[in-house]
Ligand binder design. Structure first.
Ligand code: NAD
Ligand code: LMR
Ligand code: MN
Length: 547
C-alpha cells in the first residue's frame, strides 16, 4: 500500500477532508480526496448535521461508528460537542441493540482483539494481542467474555461492542488517548441457543466452557497482556456472575486491574447515596439498605456501601446488619443452598424474623424491613411497583431509590413513577439517562447512576499516577470526589452530577484517585505535581502533524 493509502486508511492518522494542500502534497494524497479542504469545525458540523437526519438511535449509532472507523479525531471532536446527547447513542442503552445485532451488522473489527478459547496456547494469545495493537503503546485494555452483557445476558463474541463502547467513553470523558487502548473479547462459547443456531453468528459455534480450561485461558491472557504492555490498566467488563468476582480477587493485589461492574458500580452508587444523604441531612450509619438482585453489581455495591459505613464508625458486623439482599429466592437467608460467596457475606438469619418463610417477594421484604435505600440490579423490569415504593416511602422521609438495571427494557422503574408514587420525596437516580421530571411544580433533575460517570476518571487517575494497583482508598476517594458538585439546597436537585459535565468531573475523579495513590506510595514513578501528571496524560481531539 502506498504511504498515502496507509494514512487515509488509518483511523488514528486520517484527517479526511481536513488534510491541507501542503499535507496532500507531501504525503502523496493528491487526487485521493475531494478538493475542498475543511477545518475540524466544519467537519464536526457536517457530521452532526448528517447525524440528525438518521431516523432512529441504532442508525445514529451506526453512522457515528462509521466516523469512528475512519477518523478518531473527528469522532471524538464531534462527541465532545454533544456529550450528553451522544452518550445514550454510542453507549448504553443503544449499545444493547448494537450487540444484539452485531453479526448481522458487522462491517469492521474496530481495532479489537478477538481471542478464541480453542486457541489457548500462550503464543497465539500473545500474537493476537500484538496484531491488534499494531505497535501502539497500549495503556488501557477493556476485556469481556461476553457472558453477562449489561442485563441482556450471554452474547458471546458479539459482546465486543461493550469494550469498544466503554473505551469510547474513556476517551470522551477522561481524554484517554484512543490510540493507547485495546478492546478485547474472549470467546469461550455461548449459552445462547439462538446464536448457535444463527448461520450469521460470528462467534464460536460451541457451548460456553465452564471447565478449568476457561480459568487457564484467562490466566494466560492476563499474564501475556501484562507482560506485553508493562504499564497496563486492565479493566474487566460484563463477565458472568460465577466468574467476575473470582477473576478480580485473583489479580487485584498483583496487577493494576479493575472490575467495572463490581467496583465502578459500587463507587457510583455510593456517590449517589452520599449525594442523597447530603440533601436529606441524614447519616450513613442510620441507613437500612435493600439490594434487589444480588449478583455481580448488587454485591459489589453492597460491599462498597458497607465499607463506607465501617469508615463512618460502625464495626463490620454492625454494618452488615444494615443490609438486606433480595434475589430470586426472596430475602437471602444463611441456611439457603446455592448462595454465592458474596451473597453469603450479607445473608440474614431466619431467627430475626417471625415470618421468614413469607419473605419471598420484594413487597413483603420491604414491609418487614423498612429500608431507607433500595437499589435495583435484578434485570426485572417494573419490579419497583407502586405498592413497593409507597410501602417504602411510608416509613422513611426521603427514600433513596436507584433502579439501575440496563438497558431500558430491564429497568426496575422509571424516575417519573418513583417520584410520583413517593409524592416527590424519593431521591432517585437511574442507570440509563432520564429526562427531568415535573411533579407538583418542582423540576426534579435525575442523576445517572451508571459506572460511566466514574470509571473514566479512575482509569485516568491511576494511569497518570503510574499506580501499581487500585487500592480500596483510591476507590473510596473516587466516590467521595463527586460530592459537592451538586447543590443540595436546590429543590429537585439530582443526587449525582449531570452527564453534560462528564469531562469536568472525570478530571476531578482522576485528580483525587491519583493523589490517593501518591499519598499511599503505590506508584511506580515519583509524582510531585499530581494535577500536572493528570493533565500530561490527557489527549485532546485535535489534528496533529502526520509525518
Ligand atoms: N448502572 C450501572 O452502572 C450498572 C452497572 C452494572 C450492572 N448494571 C445492571 O445491573 C443488572 C445486573 O447486572 P449484574 O452484572 O449484576 O448481573 P448478575 O447476573 O450478576 O446479577 C443479576 C442478579 O439478579 C438476580 N435476579 C434475577 N431475577 C430476579 C428476580 N426475579 N428477583 C430478584 N433477583 C433476580 C439474579 O439471580 C442475579 O443474582 C444488569 O441489568 C446491568 O445492566 C448496571
Ligand atoms: O454498561 C453500562 O451501562 C453499565 C454497566 O456496566 C452494565 O453492565 O450495565
Ligand atoms: Mn457492565
Amino acid at each position: 500500500m502506498s504511504r498515502g493509502q496507509e494514512i487515509v486508511n488509518n483511523p488514528f492518522l486520517n484527517k479526511g477532508t481536513a488534510f491541507t494542500e501542503e499535507e496532500r502534497k507531501t504525503l502523496n494524497l493528491q487526487g485521493m480526496l475531494p478538493p475542498r479542504v475543511q477545518t475540524l469545525e466544519e467537519q464536526t458540523a457536517r457530521v452532526y448535521k448528517e447525524y440528525l437526519t438518521k431516523s432512529n438511535d441504532l442508525e445514529k449509532r451506526v453512522y457515528l461508528m462509521s466516523i469512528f472507523n475512519e477518523n478518531r479525531v473527528l469522532f471524538y471532536a464531534t462527541f465532545a460537542e454533544h456529550v450528553s446527547e451522544f452518550m445514550p447513542i454510542v453507549y448504553d442503552p443503544t449499545i444493547a441493540d448494537s450487540i444484539e445485532n452485531y453479526s448481522r451488522m458487522y462491517v469492521n473489527p474496530q481495532n479489537a482483539a478477538f481471542l478464541s478459547i480453542n486457541q489457548d496456547d500462550k503464543e497465539t494469545i500473545r500474537q493476537s494481542l500484538i496484531n491488534a495493537a499494531e505497535g501502539r503503546n497500549i495503556k488501557l485494555l477493556v476485556v469481556t467474555d461476553g457472558e453477562g452483557i449489561l442485563g441482556i445476558g450471554d452474547w458471546g463474541t458479539q459482546g465486543i461492542d461493550i469494550p469498544v463502547g466503554k473505551l469510547m467513553v474513556y476517551s470522551a470523558a477522561a481524554g484517554i488517548d484512543p490510540s493507547e487502548v485495546l478492546p478485547v473479547v474472549i470467546d469461550a462459547g455461548t449459552t445462547r441457543k439462538e446464536l448457535l443456531e444463527d448461520p450469521l453468528y460470528l462467534g464460536l459455534d460451541q457451548e460456553r466452557d465452564y471447565s478449568e480450561k476457561y480459568y487457564d485461558f484467562v490466566d494466560k491472557f492476563v499474564t501475556e497482556a501484562e507482560d506485553l504492555f508493562p504499564n497496563l490498566y486492565l479493566h474487566f467488563e460484563d463477565f458472568g456472575r460465577a466468574n467476575a468476582a473470582n477473576i478480580l480477587d485473583k489479580y487485584k493485589d498483583k496487577y493494576l486491574v479493575f472490575n467495572d461492574d463490581i467496583q465502578g458500580t459500587g463507587i457510583i452508587v455510593l456517590a449517589g447515596v452520599l449525594g442523597g444523604l447530603n440533601i436529606s441531612g441524614e447519616k450513613m450509619v442510620d441507613q437500612k439498605y435493600l439490594c434487589f438482585g444480588a449478583g455481580t453489581a448488587g454485591v459489589g455495591i453492597a460491599q462498597r456501601v458497607a465499607e463506607e459505613m465501617v469508615q463512618s464508625g460502625l464495626s463490620e458486623e454492625e454494618a452488615k446488619k444494615r443490609f438486606y439482599m433480595v434475589d430470586k429466592q426472596g430475602l437471602l437467608f444463611d441456611d439457603m443452598p446455592d448462595l454465592t460467596p458474596g451473597q453469603k457475606e450479607f445473608a440474614r438469619s431466619r431467627s430475626e424474623f417471625a415470618n421468614s418463610e413469607d419473605l419471598t417477594d420484594l413487597l413483603s421484604v420491604v414491609k418487614a424491613v423498612h429500608p431507607t435505600i433500595m437499589v435495583g440490579t435484578s434485570t426485572v423490569h417494573g419490579a419497583f411497583t407502586e405498592d413497593v415504593i409507597k410501602e417504602m416511602a411510608a416509613h422513611t422521609e426521603r427514600p433513596i431509590v436507584m433502579p439501575i438495571s440496563n438497558p431500558t427494557k430491564l429497568t426496575e422503574a422509571t424516575a417519573a413513577d418513583v417520584i410520583k408514587w413517593s409524592d416527590g420525596r424519593a431521591l432517585v437516580a437511574t442507570g440509563i439517562p432520564s429526562a427531568p421530571v415535573e411533579y407538583n411544580g418542582v423540576t426534579y433533575e435525575i442523576g445517572q447512576a451508571n459506572n460511566a460517570l466514574v470509571y473514566p476518571g479512575i482509569g485516568l487517575g491511576a494511569i497518570a499516577a503510574t499506580a501499581t494497583k487500585l487500592s480500596d482508598k483510591m476507590i473510596s476517594a473516587a466516590a467521595h470526589s463527586l460530592g459537592g458538585i451538586v447543590d443540595p439546597n436546590q429543590p429537585g436537585a439530582a443526587i449525582l452530577p449531570p452527564v453534560d459535565q462528564l469531562t469536568e468531573f472525570s478530571q476531578t475523579v482522576a485528580n483525587s484517585v491519583a493523589q490517593t495513590a501518591v499519598d499511599e506510595g503505590i506508584t511506580r514513578e515519583t509524582i510531585t505535581d499530581v494535577k500536572a501528571a493528570v493533565e500530561a496524560e490527557k489527549w485532546y481531539p485535535v489534528y496533529k502533524e502526520v509525518k
